[in-house]
Design a protein around this ligand. Sequence first.
Ligand SMILES: [Zn+2]
Length: 263
Amino acid sequence: MLNKETSYLELKKKVVSEYAHASPGHWGEFVNGVDEEILTQRKYIAFTFDGCGGKNGNGFDKELIDFLHNEKVPATLFVSGKWIDANFTSFLNLSRDTLFEIENHGLNHKVCSIDGESAYGIQGTKDVEEAFDEIEANALKIKAITGYNPCYYRSATTFIDEACARMAGELGITVVSFEVLSGDAVPFTSASVIEENVLRNTKPGAIIIMHFNHPEWNTYEAMHKIVPELRHLGYVFVRLNAFKLISAPRKRGAVAQNGKGRG
Ligand SMILES: [Zn+2]
């Protein structure tokens, strides 16, 4: 087990002692330390798809992935350790496909908290130790399997506290939320509602959140319409790791300071 190695345990001990008396700070999807947009004024947007894992999240939407592949749509895939274990061969294939960037969705798909908060019925990590494992052990797992060092982390449900976001930052990992909520995870959402959510809210720099672990959801059906429509509007699809990200409050600050945004 990677997370039993001395270097891992030493780093964990250091982080745990640093955060022993930390306050969790705010709790939510867009707290301090979380980014949600690409820093650009060009028509670049990023599709991100989560592979959550666990009892109701271990599926693989092959039709969706094949569509992205055939249409040459780059995408960032956030995968949990549980999803990797349940889909090992598919995961290896995805990691070898240069169209896709693999990023970190937590070791056990827990919401990330230093004091056991929960969101949408998903229990959070109970303390600093477990939060550290959730982020760092899955980053190591992805690196060990693929050779790629993931630089982004998205908490399960995207809920996280500010202490965990700061901890991730110190580990060299940027926490990513989203700007456009496709709504594909809401039970029984039709393809047309997902299309509308995405097409109505997309603007330059948008990070769009969707899922690739539920073939029974309408994500693939919606993408059939979304991809040509956004291309027609001049949007270019990108992976996150080619860009700097920014949060909405920092972006507003930069715009106010410069009179215009950067990049
Ligand atoms: Zn998830």
